[in-house]
Write a protein that binds this ligand. Structure first.
Ligand code: TTP
Ligand code: CA
Length: 366
């Protein structure tokens, strides 16, 4: 079997970088994005911070009041999480990256694995060029930087990406994997959390190399068979997990609350159109066509009603979704008397287009 070439792409200080993107004046200032719990003005936690703020010891997870204190006297800017905006940017980047991979696996909002073995015919030199090309393209077209790790498997790629941030590019060839992992603290290994690291520390296991050399039988006794074997293999740089598309959804839907309860078709359709656009964007990203369009109406008594219609042939355009939603809501309002409180749109019965149609060029071309 040909050796694999796997990349892990991890967007830099992602939420904060998105905020800098829409407001470049933030770039030189400490930027903190947080979840405000709302009890008092400063209660809540930091989601992420840009690297300027990190110099002051501000990082994900610390309380906002502490971040404020650490940034006292600076021009720090504090912003609430705007997940929808970050997701839109993430979708665009993911769409662009997908075109570079033989197979693609998104992990969360800001990470993705790419298997590029075929694309670069197994050569690590070519992988480095490809990674640079990806970085340039996304930076120039979308204004976002990310860090890339390249390795013979997911585990090494991920650890490589973590070792150089932001805007990093770290290559670990198969024959270098052991030497790369060995000196790292054991908690850098995927799956070794704080507690496990502490337990390992007591056993004299401080580095990944220590773990690699530890008796596997003993690891199985201490951590259970599965975990013991995993730790042993992982520490030795072995990982056969494939890069896999996340299980395809049965349907894609969006639902939203109206500003006021209403039976006004145009008001309902305005919201439905927005939702249809979001759904359409996701369909395009995933390269899916659909046959069925449905609507959901949640009424003032909180009952939920749905209607759907199915076409003969698959479609993938926005107009088809909007037109079906219009017809379905029109008909629905004729049948119901209560006002509508929330509206939803759903598409289902998917078929997949040819992957080749979603090349990067077509994405950047519009
Ligand atoms: P990370 O990739 O862990 O962090 P990051 O992108 O902010 O920074 P970098 O990769 O440069 O080290 O997380 C991705 C996003 O997930 C992050 O921008 C915000 C969010 N997040 C939280 O909301 N809470 C958290 O505790 C963490 C770790 C992340
Ligand atoms: Ca990140």
């Amino acid at each position: 079997m040909q050796a694999r070439v796997i990349m892990l792409v991890d967007f830099d200080y992602f939420f904060a970088q998105c905020e800098e993107l829409r407001n470049p004046a933030l770039k030189d200032k400490p930027v903190v994005v947080g979840v405000y719990s709302g009890r008092t003005e400063d209660s809540g936690a930091v989601s992420t911070a840009n690297y300027v703020a990190r110099k002051f010891g501000v990082k994900s997870g610390i309380p906002l009041y502490l971040a404020k204190r650490r940034l006292e006297g600076t021009e720090a800017v504090f912003l609430p999480v705007d997940y929808e905006f970050y997701e839109q940017i993430s979708d665009k980047i993911m769409h662009a990256l997908r075109g570079y991979a033989d197979s693609f696996e998104q992990v969360g909002i800001d990470e993705a694995y790419l298997d590029v073995t075929q694309k670069i015919q197994g050569s690590f030199e070519a992988a480095s060029d490809l990674a640079k090309k990806m970085k340039n393209e996304v930076k120039n077209q979308l204004g976002i930087t990310f860090s890339v790790g390249v390795g013979p498997n997911k585990l090494v790629a991920k650890t490589a990406a973590d070792s150089q941030k932001p805007d990093g590019l770290t290559l670990v060839k198969p024959e270098e994997a052991e030497r790369f992992l060995s000196p790292l603290p054991v908690d850098r290994l995927v799956g070794v959390g704080r507690k496990t690291a502490a337990k390992m520390g007591e056993l004299g296991i401080k580095t990944i190399g220590d773990l690699a050399r530890y008796n596997v039988q003993r690891l199985m006794e201490l951590f259970g068979k599965n975990l013991g074997v995993y730790f042993h293999n992982a520490a030795n740089g072995t990982d056969n997990e494939p890069v896999q598309e996340a299980g395809e959804a049965e349907s894609i839907s969006r639902i939203a609350t109206l500003k006021v309860n209403t039976r006004d078709l145009e008001v309902i359709l305005e919201k439905a159109s927005q939702l249809s656009e979001e759904i359409h964007r996701e369909l395009a990203q995933k390269g899916l066509s659909f046959k069925q369009v449905g609507i959901i109406a949640i009424l003032t008594d909180l009952s939920s009603k749905s209607r759907s219609q199915t076409a003969e042939k698959p479609a993938k355009d926005l107009e088809t979704i909007k037109k079906a939603a219009r017809e379905l809501f029109e008909k629905f309002l004729g049948e119901s008397e209560l006002e509508v409180r929330r509206v939803g749109v759903r598409v289902s019965q998917f078929s997949k287009e040819e992957r080749e149609q979603k090349k990067l060029t077509s994405f950047f071309g519009n």
